[in-house]
Design a protein around this ligand. Structure first.
Ligand SMILES: [Zn+2]
Length: 299
């Protein structure tokens, strides 16, 4: 038996939470659950990974699966076709794994909650249990699309394998960026390295040497925690950071007339960025140098 109504309510509630918090959600916001026919229904079960609501759901299939930011023995393995998600425990027929199998057999959409840092999750939906490998104690998760007008979006399972792989690649890139951000921001105590703004919803993890240049490692030492304004300015080479952690503002900006927003950028010329306390997490000087050469050429 399918229970699409519960799933629609769950996805709509996640849309609302993401509008409020951005793409990553704090567990404190998730723990309240979502409203369905007058009751609050939890989104996930952090202890067991695989979750179904006995109270709200009439169908037998899981509603969500989740992975901790600590990628231990339950590490999800990414493949070009999707993500291999490990069963709960070693018994393929325990009730958790039966819920997973039902989601596969009924072809119902679930939410895949990925831990990006302690207490934060990125929800990916709709996710489908595409294949079941009981002997390997794993399933293959793939990702669909939400289609339709804003208030009536419907989860769609993509039948075409090539189109599905394309969506899988997009999701994996988003997850990669989310996990990079989840590692970089805490190292900077959730502040912009340049202006010290402390508002997690306005902070990004900027790559020092970007993905396009082939060295876009998702290590903290290749990142800077920057507010959205400073991130954009850094990407446009309007602001640079030299290997001694000093901020340089482009002449293109310094020579312009004053204005309150411009001051936000110009005021940090020659200031030092705030770097993580642990030396191993600080920006790598070699990478800063390579990137700063590009800034100097543009400035
Ligand atoms: Zn800033």
């Amino acid at each position: 038996m399918r229970d699409d109504d519960v799933r629609s309510s769950c996805f709509a509630a996640l849309d609302v939470l993401q509008a409020k918090w951005g793409p990553d959600l704090p567990y404190a916001a998730l723990v309240e659950g979502f409203s369905f026919r007058g009751r609050r229904v939890p989104f996930l079960n952090r202890s067991y990974g695989i979750y179904r609501s006995a109270e709200a759901q009439r169908g037998p299939a899981a509603l969500s699966v989740n992975s901790s930011y600590k990628q231990d023995r339950y590490r999800d393995e990414q493949t070009p076709d999707g993500v291999l998600y490990r069963y709960q425990g070693d018994d393929p027929d325990n009730h958790f794994n039966r819920w997973l199998r039902s989601a596969h057999l009924l072809d119902v959409p679930v939410v895949y909650f990925v831990g990006t840092r302690p207490g934060w999750y990125r929800p990916i939906y709709p996710t489908f249990v595409e294949r079941d490998f009981p002997r390997e104690l794993r399933v293959l998760l793939t990702f669909g699309k939400m289609r339709g007008p804003y208030d009536e979006r419907e989860p769609v399972h993509i039948p075409d394998e090539i189109e599905r792989r394309y969506v899988v690649r997009e999701v994996k890139q988003r997850l990669h960026q989310a996990q990079f951000r989840g590692a970089v921001l805490p190292a900077y105590r959730d502040r912009c390295a340049i202006c010290r703004l402390q508002e997690v919803r306005l902070l990004d993890a900027a790559h020092i040497v970007g993905d396009a240049e082939g060295e876009g490692d998702a290590v903290v030492s290749n990142g800077l925690s920057l507010c959205t304004i400073h991130h954009r300015a850094y990407d446009q080479d309007l602001v640079g950071v030299d290997p001694d952690f000093r901020v340089h503002v482009s002449h293109r900006l310094l020579d312009e007339e004053d204005g309150p927003m411009l001051e936000l950028l110009k005021g940090f010329h020659q200031a030092l960025i705030e770097v993580p306390r642990r030396p191993s997490l600080r920006p790598d000087r070699g990478r800063l140098e390579a990137r700063f050469a590009r800034f100097a050429a543009a400035a």
